[in-house]
Design a binder for this molecule. Structure first.
Ligand code: ATP
Length: 238
């Protein structure tokens, strides 16, 4: 039987745990992510951020607890309504950018080729460029094009800014702000670039040792606590 929950949350974790062999990567975590927000999951290396994203995307099965995405129990089917941008590359390096877009549009019926072409132009990428010769920054841009061009309610990005120089990070953040349809889409991303993503986020979640240490709206952090995201993180981790 398919389990359903009906409310305005895009993601719900109920007492979710994930163990790899005997190691607990995620421990009894519960939270909800409202529709139409951009959420940043932050925390130190190995704290469990990527594992939480993979659970959300239906790519990993929880050892305990329940996960709902857009009201439905998360399972492998989730990939059809979730765009997941992993940390690793997600295309054939022998393809050109144009072939990569065609491949994606054949693979996902929700792939919006028009939007992809607009983003390719915005990022100054060339359709005839081979993926294998792209710079690190352009490979990261292509990955983002592939995720943002899917007409799905949930976009999940694992470290979209990792290893990029500050100017590329800034241009990617600008494109994210302008390309996401917040009426219809929710975005969850992990990052170590806490300062830079602060203007992009509606809410931040701080993870430590597989547990949620803090989960607050940016507005609450800034106006009620009167601090920025980095200081919020420092205070909670102290
Ligand atoms: N497939 C796996 N098998 C065994 N252990 C794993 C696996 N995936 C993750 N882990 C372990 O689970 C813990 C959490 O890993 P995870 O990748 O979720 O952390 P993270 O916060 O995303 O780290 P980073 O910021 O370094 O990317 C780590 O101790 C990691 O070694």
């Amino acid at each position: 039987m398919t389990q359903m929950i009906a409310d305005d949350s895009m993601v719900t974790f109920e007492n979710v745990g994930k163990k790899f062999q005997r190691k607990s990567a995620v421990k009894d975590v519960s939270f909800t992510i409202p529709k139409g927000e951009i959420i940043g999951i932050i925390g130190t290396n190995g704290s469990g951020k990527s594992t939480i994203l993979k659970l959300m995307a239906g790519l990993l099965k929880p050892t305990q607890g329940r996960i709902f995405v857009d009201g439905k129990a998360a399972q492998r089917l989730t990939t059809q309504y979730v765009a997941f941008l992993p940390e690793q590359d997600v295309y054939y390096s022998e393809h050109t950018i144009g072939q990569t877009l065609r491949f994606y549009s054949q693979m996902y019926s929700d792939f919006d080729l028009g939007k992809a072409l607009e983003l390719i132009e915005e990022f100054k990428l060339q359709l005839e460029q081979k993926v294998s010769v792209l710079s690190k920054g352009n490979r990261a841009r292509l990955k983002i094009v592939l995720a943002l061009s899917r007409d799905v309610p949930l976009i999940i990005m694992d470290e979209p800014l990792s290893g990029l120089d500050p100017l590329v990070r800034e241009s990617i953040i600008r494109s994210l702000i302008s390309s996401v349809d917040m009426e219809k889409q929710t975005v969850v991303l992990t990052t170590h670039e806490v300062n830079e993503v602060e203007p992009l986020l509606d809410r931040a979640m701080l993870i430590r040792n597989g547990e949620v240490l803090g989960y607050e709206s940016i507005e609450q952090i800034q106006s009620e606590r009167g601090i920025g995201l980095v200081d919020w993180m420092r205070t909670l981790l102290a």
